[in-house]
Design a protein around this ligand. Sequence first.
Ligand SMILES: [Zn+2]
Length: 355
Amino acid sequence: MPRIQHLTLAIVFAALPTIALAWNAQGHQEVGAVADRLIAGSHAEQWVKYLLGKQTLQTVSVWADCARGVKSIDGKPPAYQDNPQYAECAPFSGAEGAKRFESFALRNWKQCGSAHGADFCHTHYHYTDISNLHDHYQAGYVGANNEDVVHAINAAIAVLRGQAAPAPFDFADKQEALMLLAHYVGDIHQPLHVAALYLDADGKVVDPDIVGYKIGDDTAGGNNIIDGNKPFHAEWDAPPSTPHTFDDQVAVLLKAAKQVKPTGGDLAGWSTAWANDSIQVSPPVFAGLRFTMKPAASAHPENFPEKWEATGIDADYQSRADAIKMQQLAKAGARLAQLLEAIWPDDQALPPAPK
Ligand SMILES: [Zn+2]
């Protein structure tokens, strides 16, 4: 739920008791699990263990989404609200875990300005919104900005390499940067976290870099497009429907991940290359769909100015989607591992003795 606005959160929670997080928890944990297996035996594995202690890339892959549990209720100071519905956040519960979430969220709270309404800065770090009519990510395009997922990945890499994160990012230390990186690398491979539909009032796809950006054309990464009672974005956050179990999916993903070619070039360009790739795999995400404008249903039309109903999501679409999801999850796991091995190559120092 990366772009759902703060004011409408309560309404949305009421309407959607099982609201999906970006690649929901299972997808992110699969990305982490694949990377955990791929780095086994490397110096990168030793560094991950040193920084994460008992946790693994699999378990910390959801930490950035769990941090959304830091909220200000009834004007009280923002605090982490444990939500038993999100079992994946349980490893970080308790007073110390809550303090860590609150510290991160408050360091990354308001400095992004008023873009995306009252949404909090750290919630912007999960996505970028490049028109699907483009074939690549570019600074200056509508939807690209300094707090998007392309920049968030680079900020986390900087901290892991001992440099400061550029503004607006405020990451406390290498442990936090690694937890965030394990999440953002998953997000940038979810096509709807990168390629966005902008729709005019007739449901026609428009390019905001040509017609000009209008809030009414912004589908918020597909969150304002509804399929039945489900946001289109959530359709793509859901894990593939087959194989059925977590372990079976990880086994298939691991096999595919071993075939993923290295990104190449300087690390600083990898997140842009991955964003480009997500845009380039996205045409089937939108192909064959039609969109009909619905009047604003929310009590806060300033946040949800319009909604669109999608048609064309049938069994064939779902099976094509499953294949794309598997491919993207495998790439994410492979690239997370490749990135960590590039940050901590085998010919460089091991970490100090484990914490
Ligand atoms: Zn996310």
